[in-house]
Write a protein that binds this ligand. Structure first.
Ligand code: DGY
Length: 328
């Protein structure tokens, strides 16, 4: 029996390609070219599965042009690059890579928070530019992490990881807001208290965003929300571009409406709003919160597992729209 044909739409670890090749006839984007939707559609012809990353959009147009497609395995926990409604309607399974990146991403959220609040990159640029000539009492004085109030917007697995780091590692008071409240035992484990979004914005010394992107969370943090935050506050976005209004954030940072920010994800990335590039009090990183070698390998292997299990007739480990499996 011939092997199912799949497409790997971005470059990934060679050992994961080798694993996939045992099960599938694989075409892959070894040049790691950024394919346009039309190119993606062309490469998808005759394929029944695709291994994607967040930069590959799967929507109604792609699905209509690729009627043989049965599964899209995203190498990311977020799947806002998928139109899940259209995929479910077309009977196409979507899978993602939860859990394997939780702790790595929570580590990075904390690193970004500390770098921003303690002005690490700003002061490093100053040093590298040869501007450091004397000690001063207030040189790059930032704000404390330990003992401060940590706010978390979005309290899924990564948010809970950040809460545990803040409460247990740094003695922070942890408050959070989420669409649904955690159950009491999970709140106790994370030492986190549920508050309204207003209270979160007004009382957090450091606010970390970890909510999924959706039309409802678009610009969840805009000019009005930034105006509610403390002038000493830090904002960290490791969630998705578009959750923060980047132009409004650049203005708030420039006018010291908030003290600092750490931003890993951007509206329209890999483009970055030019105003963010010229404000000093923001740490900017290129969407690397899950980027450690073991975690990226685990993500790639989980995406591969989803494809392998699906085509073996078993239930893939992390389906996003499992209703599709019921109709198999
Ligand atoms: C995710 O998993 O959603 C990350 O943002 C991709 O690295």
């Amino acid at each position: 029996m011939s092997k199912p044909r799949i497409l790997v739409a971005r470059e990934i670890f060679p050992e994961v390609i080798a694993r996939l090749e045992k099960h599938f006839e694989v075409e892959y984007n070894s040049a790691d070219e950024a394919w346009s939707p039309a190119q993606l559609i062309a490469h998808l012809q005759g394929k029944s599965g695709v291994f994607t990353t967040g930069s590959n959009r799967i929507d109604a147009e792609v699905l209509k042009a690729c009627p043989e497609l049965k599964i899209c395995a995203n190498m990311a926990v977020g799947y806002n690059n998928f139109d899940i409604g259209a995929m479910t309607a077309a009977g196409v399974l979507a899978t993602n890579t939860p859990d394997v990146l939780t702790e790595t991403t929570a580590d990075f959220g904390f690193a970004l928070l500390m770098a921003a609040a303690r002005r690490m990159t700003e002061s490093e640029h100053y040093l590298r530019a040869g501007k450091w000539t004397k000690w001063s009492f207030d040189m790059f004085a930032g704000s404390d992490i330990h003992g401060s109030t940590l706010g978390i917007l979005g309290m899924g697995r990564i948010g809970q990881g950040i809460a545990r780091r803040g409460a247990l590692g740094f003695g922070m008071k942890v408050i959070y807001h989420n669409r649904s409240r955690l159950d009491a035992s999970l709140e106790a484990e994370c030492k986190a208290s549920y508050v309204s979004k207003k209270e979160l914005l007004e009382t957090a010394d450091h606010l970390v965003l970890v909510l999924p992107y959706s039309p409802e969370s678009h610009h969840a943090i805009g000019a009005a929300e930034l105006a509610m935050m403390k002038p000493t506050a830090t904002l960290v976005n490791i969630a998705r571009g578009g959750i923060v209004d980047d132009a409004a954030l650049a203005r708030a940072l420039r006018h010291k409406q908030i003290a600092a920010a750490g931003i890993d994800v951007f509206e329209g990335e890999p483009s970055v709003h030019p105003d963010l590039l010229t404000v000093p009090n923001v740490v900017l990183t290129p969407h690397i919160a899950s980027a450690t070698v073991p975690t990226r390998l685990a993500m790639a292997n989980l995406a591969a597992d989803n494809l392998i299990e699906f085509f073996s007739g078993r239930t893939p480990p992390s389906p996003v729209n499992p209703a599709v499996l019921a109709g198999r």
